[in-house]
Ligand binder design. Structure first.
Ligand code: ATP
Ligand code: MG
Length: 224
């Protein structure tokens, strides 16, 4: 489903150029659950931005199914992001002044699903993810972990295939971290493809495949 070849990303120019990605290759199959680990500043979030169509590689090729993402102009890249990607990021991608219900049901609203049906389906998913009782609170009135679950509920209800997660358990204690991972596993089991960045070995253990980002390069095993 995803094929990256020789992805490079430079920030800045001339002497101050920062080579954040130095030629990343990655293959991900539909339904995979991939964890990307690595130290701070190694390029993990940069890679997720490129995968999500939020940023472009400086060079290299990115294929998503039959789409040559690296060749898309910016309006096509926006369409690509809207139609294929769900984001589970901290402090990002939820509308703070709207309720949990309104945030989670957004993909159904966009598809034109009628209110009653929308509310029924969304309530069911909120129940599954254990945040049904929070449905009328705004995002600014719930905790970080609950916000992550709200973003996962929205990904669940979206037809978009690829779910990108940046430190989904980053700000959480162990128990809440495990709850988030159960939610992610659940959407993986209904067929979503997940690529998750994490610092935490016990969180990465939930994924089917693990990669290590080291100084702008992605390795299947950790270099000692
Ligand atoms: N917009 C930007 N402009 C300039 N440099 C950037 C920009 N974004 C990232 N970088 C640099 O690129 C490198 C990789 O950053 P990135 O955010 O991908 O790291 P990371 O692995 O996600 O780190 P962390 O674990 O701390 O989130 C870092 O050296 C960072 O300073
Ligand atoms: Mg990061």
């Amino acid at each position: 489903m995803i094929k990256l070849r020789g992805i490079k990303k430079d920030f800045g120019s001339g002497r101050s150029t920062n080579h954040a990605l130095k030629g990343v290759d990655l293959d991900v199959e539909k339904g995979d659950f991939v964890a990307i680990m690595g130290s701070s500043g190694s390029g993990k979030s940069t890679l997720l931005s490129i995968l999500g169509g939020m940023d472009r590689a400086t060079s290299g090729e990115y294929y998503y199914d039959e789409i040559a993402v690296h060749e898309l102009n910016s309006s096509r890249l926006d369409d690509f992001r809207i139609n294929h990607i769900s984001f589970v990021f901290q402090n990002f991608a939820l509308m703070n002044q709207f309720s949990v219900m309104e945030n989670a049901e957004l993909p159904l609203l966009c598809k034109g699903v009628k209110r009653k049906e929308r509310r029924r389906k969304t309530t069911e998913v909120l129940e599954r993810l254990g945040i049904r009782e929070l449905k009328d609170r705004t995002v600014s009135q719930i905790s970080g972990g609950e916000q992550q679950r709200c973003a996962i509920a929205r990904a669940f209800l979206s037809e978009n295939q690829l779910v990108l997660c940046d430190e989904p358990t980053g700000a959480l204690d162990k128990k809440n971290g495990v709850e988030i991972m159960k939610c992610l596993k659940e959407i993986n089991e209904v067929g979503k493809t997940i690529i998750m960045v994490t610092h935490d070995d016990s969180i990465a253990a939930w994924a089917k495949h693990r990669y290590y980002m080291e100084d702008g390069q992605l390795n299947a095993t950790k270099k000692e």
